[in-house]
Design a protein. Structure first.
Ligand code: 13P
Ligand code: SF4
Length: 304
């Protein structure tokens, strides 16, 4: 089959299976094109929670499909590449988090959705990059544990009036970004605005004109009159930024801004998932119950 035939077959099978195809903003261009909905972690979780389709095909990484399975327990959730994980999510375990909780009794646990269901089940509330500050502000607590991203944790800590304890996890893709790369891009493009994802290290965020989630970047680029933007997140976001703003320029400050896991899903693996109705992502009921409590509590809080 050539690419056009594969796309036609994906569309036909998605209709036949009554499937919703969700794609994260970092997915390959052709996956974003064929998806019913593209979005950030929060937006896609909300779509999964409210869909009336029978099947959700999640083009993203494992924790996202897991969240969809938790929020839509009566649906079949497929992850075309089961090996698409998130190294940051793997940096914390339920046991590790229990030990941290024991060191800080009374602190409220706020866990980034980039985490396993077992870790979410140990948490009081979840957050994403688009609601993290509001989530923490909404808590009637003086002390919080921010897990697992130390960079997002640092960003939250600067915006809230609470004692924050950070787990030492990070995203290897955002962590690679260097201050010198941003400075060079800003020197070469003095008229550009630098927008950065809160997974970037604090010294990078200090240089940012705007800090937001991936979907927040579409909104910022669309509504801001500036014509040039330096983009501090994974390169997959450039596709729609350029498509939706043909008169604006988007500059990637580093060639290392690629998440290998986000690039695993291809048209071929998406087609195979729909043909075989696998790999299916499921979560044991006892873990799902605790994780859903933390996710539902998060969904009640508005975006930052
Ligand atoms: P958002 O799309 O929620 O901003 O998250 C970025 C990310 O790293 C997902 O893995
Ligand atoms: Fe995980 Fe970073 Fe990839 Fe997002 S970009 S899936 S946080 S490794």
């Amino acid at each position: 089959m050539n690419q056009e035939e594969i796309k036609a077959e994906i569309r036909r099978l998605a209709r036949e299976r009554n499937a919703l195809i969700l794609a994260h903003n970092y997915q390959r261009d052709e996956i974003q094109d064929i998806a019913d909905i593209t979005g950030d972690s929060l937006g896609l979780s909300m779509e999964a929670a409210r869909t009336d389709r029978d099947v959700i095909v999640f083009c993203g990484v494992h924790f996202m499909a897991e969240s969809a399975a938790i929020l839509a327990p009566d649906k079949i959730v497929l992850l075309p590449r089961p090996d698409a994980g998130c190294p940051m999510a793997d940096m914390v375990t339920a046991e590790g988090l229990r030990a941290m909780k024991a060191r800080h009794p009374g602190a409220v646990v706020v866990t980034y959705v980039n985490s396993s269901a077992a870790v979410k089940a140990e948490s009081d509330i979840c957050c994403t990059s688009s609601n993290a500050v509001n989530v923490v502000r909404s808590l009637d607590a003086e002390e919080v544990l921010l897990v697992p991203d130390r960079n997002l944790g640092h960003y939250i800590a600067r915006h809230v009036d609470k004692v924050c304890h950070l787990w030492e996890g990070y995203c290897p893709t955002h962590e690679r970004l260097k201050v010198e790369e941003i400075q060079q891009a800003l020197t070469e493009h003095p008229d550009a605005l630098f927008m950065a994802h809160p997974e970037c290290p604090p010294e990078i965020l200090e240089l940012a004109h705007h800090i937001c989630s991936t979907s927040g970047m579409y909104e910022f680029a669309r509504s801001n009159p500036a014509r040039k933007f330096i983009v501090g997140t994974e390169m997959g976001i450039l596709y729609r930024l350029r498509k939706e703003n043909p008169d604006k320029e988007f500059i990637l400050p580093s060639a290392t801004l690629i998440c290998p896991n986000m690039k695993l899903t291809s048209l071929e693996s998406l087609l195979r998932a729909l043909q075989t109705m696998s790999p299916e992502i499921t979560v044991p009921a006892d873990v799902a119950e605790g994780a859903k409590r933390a996710l539902d509590r998060m969904l009640a809080v508005p975006r930052d």
